[in-house]
Design a protein. Structure first.
Lengths: 218, 842, 323
């Protein structure tokens, strides 16, 4: 089991199973009059009430809680605000890039729990309790992720604008496949567009990072 | 500044301006840093010359400015230069901390959005901004009174006066709005009421050539030489939408007499080749954050030229250049279209001025495709005559293409300059269409030109029964390419190459080769300052920007080499016009232009450093030697190792050694600094760069899909400064070439003139799964032209790829695909047509 | 993107009670956000169904496979059961879009996504499918458009999953305010002649609540081929699913459906008929492939698609003979 999976499990324990209320709490939506408890579930009465009357928020700004890179962040966003916009403009996490703004280039890739998604095609209000990992949160404080190290060593970047998304794709690959093939890396990055044409070195770097990680783990 | 202008950038078309191998503009503005008397003092210096590993490797003696450093040895004898060095800014890039223009956030910053035309040709009757002005969050609106980028009528009276600029392409900016959030700006942009009078339009270059075609300009027009790049020669005759053709040849004028050349020819090959419009599609769109203040304008720009952006802003807003500061810490890709303020910059600055707050304007992906440049199309009729032994007797190219509302669609460079031929004529015409203006794009004209020329040479080889590599050995005089052909042929296994169309199954494999030619340009506006501080820290400052080529790291290498330090010891501050002027990064000039200035500045500061340290130590500067982070103190000049008068030979031995930092602490003042500007090249004769690429492809003749499986790319760039990043640029050149060859196409709807694929989904760019195995091989070529003898690689690396792929496709299938992109539709059509003629086995 | 309200539905009932023309369903959200960003639609409210429990299961029962509409393409492509038994479905899911999008996009959303026609997708083109007067593709840029049933509107149906699902004879369960109904996928999609403004029969207040794939007959194998211009993110120029029931090397029954061919997933009936009772070999596969294109009415720029289809139909058939 990878380090990431383990962490995952612990976190799942902390937040508990997501129920309707749990979800609402996770989503951090505070509708008028519907107070959100910090911990645990709401009483049955509230749950029943919620069932009867759907909680509608927006179109103006609503408070949303995002779990980003191990921190809990409260932001005020419109329902139409994408996660990419919330990260970049509300939280100043500009490592996540927006390039096509339509899910075609994966420059905006972040992880929701451990799954890479396009943050430009995800609404901030829809993240819920899922933990967001951005490029800024990949390194453990000063120590870079092996993929980041390898990207530097192998020069898997030119202008660098695709690099955060590319790294999030490659690091996600290593999370579930410790021993990837070249084809696996190509597959994992098949949504990531690099206009400078750095793919060969992305492949090299990712395979080298996998190798280094395996060695380190032995 | 005309740095990127396709016609001007080719030596052939601008012989007079490029004869001194300097950028024309720069040549007119020699640096004033040096006192005149000093500039004239020279000395003789022996420098390495030739290609390492070949018989031609030798030395050359040059007259060089007296204050410049001694000759730099070949890379194998150096400690830092020429060694693969990971980028100094790698950590910032991989952690997401690198700050790009799109990431800049200033206090009170507003967000802007542009209103663009949805018609390709129209007069605007009225623009009602009132609803937008009242929209939530809106702080300023702006209606454009001038559009940059389009060509302009020589005689303005040929067109009825108009209150607003005439719309000449769909996507032309009309107005803009700034608001407190991007969403509010986007919402408000939809509230402008623009009343159009649509006019007839033409978006197809063949239609546009017709006599009765709607006119893009009702008279002759020239594309102003804005810093935005693009543009052909001025003052060319124009009829209807057709401008030119401009007749040219290897030295600006046609060479010899092609009629005589074809009469002498024993074999003639000819063909028509078509290439599409390609958009730059840099991942970071054109954009700025403009901060207008009483005392001046600060602009954060996604640009390839901090200085060229400043110059255009100063000119447009009538500011002193010193009042405009342009900053580019990191930029997300530039391939020739990011040099000026452009409409984007002007809009943001106007809005900032009106709103009294900084304004951020990053173009949408759609606008990026439509309005800020592209590679022009080409339709090339190429005819080549030769003797039976391969000797060329005549080359004639007639080409036309569309740069939209701009000019500069020529494709003649390779035909003019690649091969030895006594009779060469190129005729290049621009065809105006109602489409976004072209801009310089990675080797303007050359990938197009090579697609035609290199396929034609391939055909000639086949017709003559000579191997394509062997034929080039006969007709190509470049020693670098000769060596590159040798190395590349060996690496790819050229001897495996079979007769065209040898495979019998549906998937056919083949090998192809094509060559690149590019030219040495130097931008004289290249200056650096190097500082050494008492704590031992070293900084280099220059306005030059790193567009991804890695100049930040190379500058550190140069300074480190001179001071005996590691590249990572050097702090590099670049991308800001507050620093000494740096060159714009276009024409593959950056490394060749700025590194000599960096070395010269480092050398100067080193001299002062040694003097002061020697004085503090009570010795002579000549007795000190820098290296390995140390200052070694000798009892005599360590460079004299040939013995004393008595004939006793001995080596000087260091008496003691201080760390660089310890030595620096002995400086008299807190900081010493030296500045150097680019001096002229030591040798001014014309120089070219090139490369040879070999491609191996698999063609599925049933689906028409071409898969490039392997590319061997052998290139020269003078002295390779950082092989690691040079390789990256070669990979990038190859991949952009494959993308151009097979996928990319700006498609305009014939009935409405709108682009149907202004996104990154249907505008198709090569991806990971289409990436072949790429082997980049560098040769080391010295020509003794500057204190670093570095050249460029960005453009040469992309020039031959499409042609090499096309030749490999021919070798695989026995069928030529003469039109790009080589999509399944075109490949199947070519195969079908050949089958009709009984030309292909399936 | 316009401003809209947002609500999370906890149950199917809660979702459908809110749905009307102005409140629309959001599941994975990929296609919806694209339409909103392009300004094609401006709903008043998004009803998020992504968190409704129980709609994300993959189960095999007596009657066959049941797929919840919220199952992502990524899960479908990696699910062991699907991979082994309903291979073509996993293949289609795994070849669609990008890895990131497959992590977000749902099976239901894939079936319901709107056309990718580049005229339809741009606000500037008011085409017939948006209530306008003309199909811009017919005399415009139609290299990726339909080669069948393309007289009124030349879109191709965009769903990758629809191709194998229809070949498997799948049904969808639609749940609305008036209850649930089960519809064969074949009858779910509508042609431009039937209704040019829509691609299927789902009502504004209905959700797909289940996708049912009937139990496969013994010795049935399936194969899906997508042919794009690129292998990395690209839409198909042509895609095909062939489901063949065999005895030895003889084909008992063939089901062949083409994607990117017509405004609906296109059943190649003549090709299917030609294979029944035949030995599967190069000759019979070639004949079936030829028949699959019979009746095609290519437009000015998409005739090449016929050759591509013929190649991949033949290959898909032959893959089963060899497997």
């Amino acid at each position: 089991m990878s380090k990431h999976d383990e962490k995952e499990k612990q976190d799942a324990g902390a937040f508990g199973h997501v129920t309707r209320r749990g979800f609402l709490k996770g989503a951090g939506l505070t509708a008028a009059g519907a107070a959100i408890m910090e911990n645990g579930l709401l009483g049955a009465k509230d749950a029943a009430a919620a069932e009867a009357e759907p909680v509608v928020v927006g179109p103006g700004r609503v408070p949303v809680t995002l779990r980003v890179n191990g921190t809990v962040q409260k932001v005020q966003v419109e329902p139409r605000t994408t996660l990419a916009e919330a990260l970049r403009f509300e939280l100043g996490l500009t490592g996540t890039k927006v390039v096509c703004d339509r899910g075609s280039c994966s420059a905006c890739t972040v992880w929701l729990d451990s799954t890479p998604v396009c943050s430009c095609m995800t609404l901030a209000v829809d993240v819920g309790a899922r933990k967001i990992t951005t490029i800024e949160g990949l390194a453990q404080s000063e120590e870079l992720h092996p993929v980041q190290e390898a990207f530097i060593e192998y020069d898997a970047m030119q202008c660098g604008f695709c690099t955060p998304g590319m790294i999030m794709s490659c690091a996600a690959l290593l999370n579930h496949k410790a021993n990837p093939t070249l084809d696996d890396v190509k597959q994992a990055t098949s949504g990531n567009l690099c206009r400078c044409g750095t793919y060969p070195k992305v492949f090299e770097a990712t395979l080298a990072a996998a190798k280094a990680t395996r060695k380190g783990g032995e | 500044m005309a740095l990127q202008q396709s016609q001007q950038q080719k030596p052939s078309a601008a012989e007079a301006k490029t004869a001194n191998t300097s950028i024309p503009n720069a040549a007119r503005n020699p640096s004033n840093d040096e006192p005149n008397k000093k500039r004239n003092a020279t000395r003789r210096e022996v420098l390495p010359a030739g290609i390492v590993g070949t018989e031609g490797m030798n030395t050359v003696e040059r007259e060089i400015p007296a204050d410049e450093p001694p000759a730099l040895k070949v890379n194998s004898s150096l400690a830092v230069i020429g060694r693969s060095t990971p980028r100094l800014d790698g950590r910032l890039k991989v952690t997401g901390k690198a700050r790009y223009t799109a990431d800049v956030r200033l206090p009170g910053m507003l967000f802007a959005q542009v209103v663009t035309s949805r018609y390709p040709h129209a007069r605007i009757r009225s623009i009602d901004t009132s609803l937008a002005e009242r929209a939530p969050g809106v702080r300023a609106v702006y209606v454009l009174d001038r559009v940059l980028g389009n060509a302009e009528l020589r005689d303005k009276s040929k067109e009825l006066p108009a209150k607003f600029p005439i719309v000449r392409f769909a996507g032309q900016p009309i107005a803009a709005v700034a608001a407190t959030t991007q969403a509010e700006a986007d919402d408000a942009a939809r509230l402008f009421k623009v009343e159009y009078e649509p006019l007839p339009f033409v978006v197809d270059e063949d239609e546009a050539r017709k006599k009765d075609a709607p006119l893009v300009f009702p008279g002759a027009a020239d594309q102003g030489g804005t810093a935005g790049g693009g543009g052909g020669p001025q003052g060319v005759t124009q009829e209807g939408n057709v401008r030119g053709p401009v007749k040219s040849g290897p030295r600006g004028r046609p060479a010899g007499d092609i009629n005589r050349g074809f009469a002498e020819a024993e074999v003639t090959v000819e063909g028509e080749f078509r290439t599409q419009v390609q958009t730059h599609s840099a991942l970071e769109t054109h954009g700025v954050v403009a901060d207008w203040k009483e005392d001046g304008l600060t602009v954060y720009a996604s640009t390839q030229g901090t200085s060229s952006v400043r110059d255009e802003f100063a000119a447009i807003f009538k500011l002193k250049k010193s009042q405009v500061r342009v900053v580019t810490e990191f930029m997300g890709g530039g391939f020739g279209a990011k040099f000026g303020a452009g409409n984007v910059g002007v809009i943001a600055a106007q809005l900032s001025k009106k709103a009294g707050a900084p304004v951020r304007l990053m173009l949408t992906r759609k606008d990026e495709h439509l309005s800020v440049g592209n590679r022009p199309s080409s339709i090339q009729k190429l005819r080549v005559g030769a003797k039976r032994d391969g000797t060329l007797t005549a080359i004639h190219l007639f080409s036309y293409g569309t740069a939209g509302t701009g000019t500069g669609a020529g494709a003649g460079g390779p035909a003019q300059n690649m091969y030895k031929c006594p009779n060469i004529l190129t005729e290049e015409a621009d065809v105006f269409t109602h489409a976004g203006p072209a801009a310089a794009f990675r080797a303007p004209g050359h990938p197009q030109g090579c697609f035609a020329l290199e396929q034609t040479i391939d055909e000639l080889a086949e017709k003559l029964g000579i191997d394509p590599v062997a034929l080039r050995d006969r007709i190509d005089e470049s020693p670098a390419r000769r060596e590159e052909r040798r190395l590349g042929a060996e690496r790819i296994g050229w001897s495996r190459r079979r007769r065209a169309g040898s495979d019998t199954g549906p998937v056919k494999r083949g090998l192809g080769v094509a060559q690149s030619i590019w030219y040495r340009f130097v931008n004289m506006d290249s200056a650096c300052e190097v500082r050494v501080t008492q704590d031992g820290s070293v900084e280099i400052l220059s306005g030059v920007q790193d567009i991804g080529g890695g100049i930040r790291t190379v500058l550190a290498q140069v300074v480190a080499e001179e001071l005996g330090l590691k590249a990572s010891d050097i702090t590099v501050r670049i991308g800001d016009t507050a620093y000494p002027a740096g060159p714009a990064s276009g024409g593959s000039v950056t490394t060749g232009s700025i590194t000599p200035a960096a070395r010269n500045a480092a050398f100067k500061v080193k001299q002062q450093f040694l003097e002061e340290v020697a004085s503090a130590l009570g010795t002579m500067p000549e007795y000190l030697k820098l290296g390995g982070g140390q200052v070694a103190v000798f009892d005599r000049n360590p460079n004299w190792s040939d013995g004393d008068r008595q004939g006793r030979s001995y080596k000087a031995a260091p008496i003691k050694s201080l760390s660089f930092r310890q030595a620096a602490s002995r400086l008299k003042t807190e900081q010493i600094a030296a500045r150097a500007s680019r001096s002229d090249d030591y040798e001014k004769s014309r120089a070219t760069y090139g490369g040879v690429q070999f491609a191996e492809v698999a063609v599925d003749t049933e689906t028409g899909v071409i898969k490039v499986e392997r590319v061997v790319a052998v290139h020269d760039c003078g002295r390779p400064m950082n092989p690691l990043t040079v390789e990256s640029q070669i990979n990038g050149g190859v991949l952009q070439g494959i993308s151009y060859a097979l996928y990319e196409d700006r498609i305009l709807d014939r009935n409405t003139g709108l682009m149907v694929n202004p996104n990154l989904e249907q505008y198709k760019i090569v991806g990971s799964r289409e990436t072949p195995r790429i082997e980049a091989i560098l040769i080391e070529e010295y020509t003794g032209r500057s204190s670093t003898d570095a050249g460029g690689i960005g453009e040469p690396a992309t020039i031959p790829t499409a042609a090499a792929v096309a030749n490999a496709v021919y070798n695989a299938t026995g069928v030529r695909v003469r039109e790009m992109p080589m999509t399944p539709a075109r490949v199947l059509a070519a195969l079908q047509s050949a089958r009709g003629k009984g030309g292909v086995r399936s | 993107m316009n401003r809209f309200e947002w609500t999370d539905a906890a149950t199917v009932h809660e979702a459908i009670s809110q749905l009307n023309g102005r409140a629309v369903v959001k599941a994975g959200g990929v296609d919806l956000l694209d339409r909103l960003k392009e300004g094609l639609e401006a709903p008043q409210r998004l009803v998020n169904i992504r968190n409704i429990r129980g709609l994300d299961r993959i189960e095999e029962g007596k009657d066959g496979l049941r797929i919840g509409p919220l199952v992502t393409l990524a899960r479908l492509s990696e699910d062991k059961l699907v991979l082994e038994r309903y291979t073509a479905l996993a293949q289609a899911a795994g070849r669609a879009a990008t890895p990131q999008i497959r992590n977000m996009a749902t099976a239901g959303g894939n079936l319901l996504q709107r056309p990718r026609c580049w005229y339809f997708r741009q606000e500037e083109f008011h085409c017939r499918r948006k209530g306008g007067e003309r199909c811009f593709a017919l005399d415009g840029e139609n290299q990726y458009h339909a080669i069948f049933d393309n007289q009124l509107c030349a879109i191709v149906h965009p769903s990758a999953l629809a191709v194998p699902l229809m070949a498997f004879g799948a049904r969808v369960v639609l749940t609305g305010s008036k209850g649930a109904r089960e519809v064969e996928l074949e009858r779910f999609f509508v042609t431009p002649e039937q209704d040019i403004m829509r691609e299927n029969i789902i009502a504004p207040d209905e959700l797909i609540t289940e996708i049912k794939v009937p139990r496969l007959q013994p010795a049935t194998r399936s194969f899906y081929i997508k042919q794009g211009e690129k292998e990395s993110f690209d839409w198909p120029v042509a895609d095909v699913c062939a489901v063949l029931q065999t005895k030895g090397n003889v084909c008992l029954k063939a089901s062949i459906v083409l994607g990117a061919a017509a405004p609906v997933p296109w059943r190649a009936s003549k090709a299917e008929a030609s294979l029944a009772g035949k030995v599967i070999n190069e000759q019979s596969a070639r004949e079936a492939a030829r028949l699959s294109m019979e009746g095609a009415t290519p437009l000015a720029q998409n005739r090449y698609k016929l050759a591509v289809f013929e190649a991949i139909v033949r290959r898909a058939i032959l893959r089963q003979a060899s497997s």
